[in-house]
Write a protein that binds this ligand. Structure first.
Ligand code: PMP
Length: 395
């Protein structure tokens, strides 16, 4: 039987970019010990206070269907948080609660794209972006940023790509590069979206992990009537498995997405949503505690990587990752990551998983405990030295 083109063409290259992760799982199942610095996930479980709230909620009977757009109390809590952080008036009618930021990315594109509409996204990008746009019926168009200047927002390239586009997806703070868009870049993009009549979708799921400069939401600098913000508690509250996120946008669009939710998710578990409210009640100090290990490990990684000859580190302004330019080794990111995994039992992501602009790079997730991270980067160093010796020998 024929399976829909929508599904079979989701990842036309045949790769979803996660191959190293699948290979790591396979090797682990075969008994090999691997230090995995791949997936952006905390090395600690969700805080017991949040889990307790989840349990209490379920035990108290919150186990039935819920309002499809999200519990009113959670929508209000998210709206209040956004209003506080951006200074832009935001109410529960502007919020759709979704199963994670990923579902919010999908909802956003479902809301703004008609079949085959062009949807821009910036490369390097989070690996799911092109597939998410395709899943929503759109045609993804990759806009490149420059690896030689640390991947700044490619304003001019975006401008040149907007002729037929309906939407622009940005990601600030960025996974994988750690770039944070400043007010001036956001204002330029906001102006461009207005001139070209584009929707701006800003994925801000790393907004609590800022290491230098300030975080500014696109909701602040761009017209809120054409701007959609993707948020999540996965990274800020170490709740990746709870699948809880949101989309913030104009009330009319959110109302249509509630209708879509009726025909897709039919709402989220109330006990997860109650746990999310409890998570927000822990305040910004808690968010800082969740983020702290990544700043500490950033320093560890930068100090160790700085000593390596062939590798050029791009110090991240934010997030859970460090990007390393490995082009001097002569290997592509895929070859580097595959050889590192098989020869040194360390798993990192090849840059190619994040789009063509990140080719010749690797992304190291700072998601292992400090000592393991030191050990893994030591092994990356050994591998880089071996490559250097080979290079010298070949001269
Ligand atoms: N956006 C970015 C940039 C991400 O890195 C991730 C997860 N790694 C997501 C969205 C989706 O996160 P979640 O669905 O867990 O909220």
């Amino acid at each position: 039987m024929k399976i829909s083109d929508r599904l079979t063409n989701l990842t036309p290259s045949g790769s979803d970019g996660w191959e190293i992760i699948y290979e790591t799982d396979r090797l682990r199942r075969a008994g090999q010990e691997i230090i995995a610095l791949t997936v952006g996930e905390h090395d600690v479980p969700t805080d017991p206070r949040i889990l307790n709230a989840m349990h209490q909620s379920a035990a108290n009977g919150a186990t039935g269907y819920t309002a499809v757009g999200g519990l009113p109390a959670l929508r209000s809590a998210i709206a209040a948080r956004i209003a506080r952080r951006t200074g832009v008036e935001t109410g529960p009618q502007n919020i759709l609660v979704t199963p994670g930021g990923q579902a919010a990315l999908f909802a956003a594109h479902m809301a703004v794209l008609d079949p085959n509409d062009e949807a821009l996204y910036i490369s390097p990008s989070y690996a799911t972006y092109p597939g998410t746009i395709r899943a929503a019926g759109g045609h993804p168009v990759e806009v490149h940023s420059d690896p030689n200047t640390g991947f700044p927002p490619p304003i001019q390239a975006i401008e040149e790509a907007t002729q037929k586009a309906r939407s622009l997806l940005i990601n600030t703070p960025n996974n994988p590069t750690g770039i944070v868009y400043d007010a001036s870049a956001l204002a330029k993009l906001g102006k461009l979206c207005k001139e070209r009549d584009l929707w701006l979708i800003s994925d801000e799921v790393y907004d609590t992990m800022i290491w230098s400069g300030n975080f500014i939401s696109a909701r602040q600098e761009c017209d809120p009537e054409r701007t959609l913000i993707v948020g999540s508690m996965s990274k800020s509250h170490a709740m990746t498995g709870s699948r809880i996120g949101w989309l913030c946008g104009p009330a009319e669009l959110i109302a249509h997405l509630e209708n879509l939710a009726t025909h897709t998710t039919y709402g989220l578990p109330a006990y997860i949503q109650d746990a999310a409210i409890a998570g927000f009640e822990l305040g910004t100090e808690f968010e800082k505690e969740v983020a702290a290990p990544f700043l500490r490990r950033r320093e560890i990684a930068l100090a160790q990587l700085d000593e390596l000859q062939l590798l050029k580190v791009i110090p991240p302004q934010s997030g859970m990752y460090v990007m390393v330019d490995i082009r001097e080794t002569g290997l592509c990111g895929q070859q580097f990551a595959t050889q590192l995994l098989h020869q040194y039992s360390v798993a990192v992501m090849p840059g190619e998983s994040f789009g063509a602009s990140a080719a010749g790079h690797i992304r190291i997730a700072l998601t292992a405990q400090d000592d393991l991270l030191r050990e893994a980067i030591g092994k990356i160093g050994e591998f880089a030295s071996k490559l250097e010796q080979t290079k010298i020998g070949a001269k």
